[in-house]
Design a protein around this ligand. Structure first.
Ligand code: CA
Length: 364
């Protein structure tokens, strides 16, 4: 028996058993009241993270609890960590096809489907988290993202932001651009393409293999996220030079639904999901700041020193970003459009950031 039939049956039974003497209007009224209350909807959401993964995984669990509470128990989110229902990087296709109802992951994982998707994670040397959020909400970012994902029957929301990521862990110090030449580094996304232009050999490795590769010298460097998640990986033990970053200045995480499924929900449930996603985005971003600050303190106690890339690396990286953007724009009309929107918004918002937080941070 389908759930809907069951609910209908239950309602008919309730009406027959308990509502004798009521007028027809009253019964109809009760019926719609009961069906609104009792029609419980369940959405299956898979993530690209292991169970209880700090900040990103636990943030989705918290989202599910919020949705249940906000909806008075009428909307239930069942969260499946990676590889339970579908493999970590199969969540996009599984949601697109309707096998599951949604996923939590990162847009740059899908750049093989459309190079423009990488931009919805942010751009090396580009806008920071707060600016990217403004681009999404007020600068046309969401419209483009939803248009392009719509082709895959998907409806995306932001679902967090990592903030500025660290540049990574190196086995040897980087004192000039030439020290990067021939280095094997685990680094994904557009950041990897930029590093390739600087002479680095970018490599992709599953999370579980990075530490050993670094320890054995199979790779010379790796980036990961920031102190909070990096410290758990133990990279400081085998690659003690920890650099500040430019390659992921505010990586957006996504909470994406099957579009048809999302549109089939009531207005109330859609509004709850939208607001809970908004809350998750804010909460996750700030939890990253808090956890990174705590982990940075621990790393310093462990003797880890923080380095900045030398100026020639930064200058070369800025040039390389431009080259990567030009190449991708020449290959993909979508990339060109999304980049144009992003760049126009950056030109608008960055001057304000510079004279507000930028100046203040210089004098604080
Ligand atoms: Ca990263």
């Amino acid at each position: 028996m389908k759930r809907r039939d069951f609910v209908k049956g239950a309602l008919a039974a309730t009406a027959a058993a308990g509502l004798g003497g009521c007028t027809r209007e009253m019964i109809e009224g009760k019926k719609s009241f009961h069906s609104a209350r009792r029609k419980r909807v369940t959405l299956k959401i898979a993530t690209s993270w292991p169970a209880n993964f700090p900040i990103m995984g636990t943030g989705v669990d918290h989202f599910a609890k919020m949705v249940e509470a906000m909806s008075g128990g009428s909307l239930i989110i069942k969260v499946y960590p990676k590889n339970i229902l579908v493999p970590a990087l199969a969540v996009f296709d599984a949601t697109s096809s309707g096998q599951i109802d949604g996923f939590h992951s990162g847009p740059y994982y899908w750049k093989g489907k459309n190079p423009a998707f990488a931009l919805f994670s942010g751009l090396p040397m580009g806008m920071v988290a707060s600016e990217l959020k403004c681009w999404m909400d007020y600068g046309g970012g969401y419209d483009l993202w939803r248009e392009l994902y719509g082709r895959y029957n998907l409806y995306p929301f932001m679902g967090g932001n990592t903030g500025v990521q660290m540049g990574g862990w190196f086995r040897k110090p980087i004192e000039s651009l030439s020290d990067l030449h021939g280095l094997k580094m685990r680094i994904p996304g557009l950041g990897g393409e930029v590093m390739a232009k600087l002479g680095v050999n970018p490599i992709l490795l599953p999370a579980g293999e990075i530490y050993t590769a670094l320890e054995r010298g199979t790779i010379d460097a790796t980036e990961w996220v920031g102190p909070a998640l990096d410290i758990r990986m133990g990279f400081y033990k085998v690659a003690p030079y920890y650099y500040t970053g430019f390659h992921e200045p505010g990586s957006i995480l996504e909470l994406t639904f099957n579009k048809k499924r999302f549109e089939s929900l009531s207005d109330e449930h859609r509004a709850i999901l939208a607001q809970a996603a908004e809350a998750m985005t804010t909460r996750m971003y700030h939890e990253f700041i808090d956890q990174n600050a705590r982990a940075l303190k621990k790393l310093k106690k462990l003797g880890v020193r923080i380095y900045d890339f030398p100026n020639d690396v930064i200058e070369a990286a800025k040039k390389a970003v431009k080259e990567v953007v030009d190449e991708q724009s020449a290959k993909s009309e979508d990339f060109k459009r999304v980049y144009a929107s992003m760049a126009a918004y950056a030109r608008l918002v960055e001057p304000w950031t510079e004279i507000s937080e930028g100046r203040y941070l210089q004098i604080r």
